[in-house]
Design a protein around this ligand. Structure first.
Ligand code: HEM
Length: 196
């Protein structure tokens, strides 16, 4: 039965293509090999770039962890260089988990310079300058403040807020000379005695 089918197929190949079955299958195999070689070339690079674009998103991200108050120094640890840590960024002292946008803020990304920082000033001024990579928004004009507001809306709607930046060295009471070099101190864990 199968043999009969094979014979009919061979006859049909010769009749329709004018080629012997051996030649026909050789041509077919070469054609297929060429097709896979060419499409593999494009297909694999396509998959590769897609995987690169979406980075970690192929694996589900762990749920955002609430950090509470952290200092700017601590926030720097979340700039994406440690893949085990969430990727964080702050606007107006509010910290957001931007891990889902590692392609923007992760190492090598176009906005990696904002990661692990409060980038309010840079966003308000649409600036990538080092001096603007700060949460200090003093002296900004109304348009810049508007732009910053828009960024804040975008972040609150897109990302989860996971904490706030602890104001360091701000609670220096006037007349208090006990804290030496308060402006340089980033470690505020030791509270000054409040009653004295
Ligand atoms: C030539 C100028 C620029 C172009 C063409 C551009 C283009 C883009 C594009 C296409 C996106 C992705 C938008 C999305 O998919 O949601 C994006 C995101 C972003 N851009 Fe730009 N951008 C430019 C300048 C800037 C500047 C000057 C800043 C701020 C200093 C900035 C900050 C951002 C941020 C923070 C995001 C990510 C927002 C998010 O997390 O969803 N961009 N930009």
């Amino acid at each position: 039965m199968a043999l009969q089918l094979w014979e009919t197929l061979k006859e049909a190949i010769t009749a329709y293509t004018g080629l012997s079955p051996t030649t026909f299958f050789t041509v077919l195999a070469l054609g297929l090999a060429l097709y896979y070689a060419v499409s593999g070339l494009f297909g694999s690079s396509d998959r590769h770039s897609r995987a690169r674009d979406y980075g970690e998103q192929t694996q589900p991200l762990p749920p955002p962890v609430q950090l509470g108050e952290v200092t700017e120094e601590e926030l720097k640890l979340y700039d994406g260089t440690d893949p085990g840590k969430p990727l964080l960024m702050a606007i107006k002292g509010q910290i957001y988990d931007v891990s889902q946008s590692r392609m923007f803020y992760g190492p090598g990304g176009p906005y990696a310079l904002f990661a692990g920082k409060d980038a309010s000033r840079a966003l308000a001024k649409m600036s990538f300058e080092e001096k603007d990579l700060t949460g200090d928004i003093s002296g900004l004009g109304p348009f810049e403040l508007d732009a910053l507001q828009d960024w804040e809306y975008k972040f609150t709607s897109k990302y989860i807020k996971v904490g706030t930046i602890k104001k360091s060295s701000v609670q220096v009471e006037e007349g208090s000379s006990s804290a030496a070099q308060p402006a340089l101190s980033t470690d505020n864990t030791q509270e000054k005695p409040s009653s004295e």
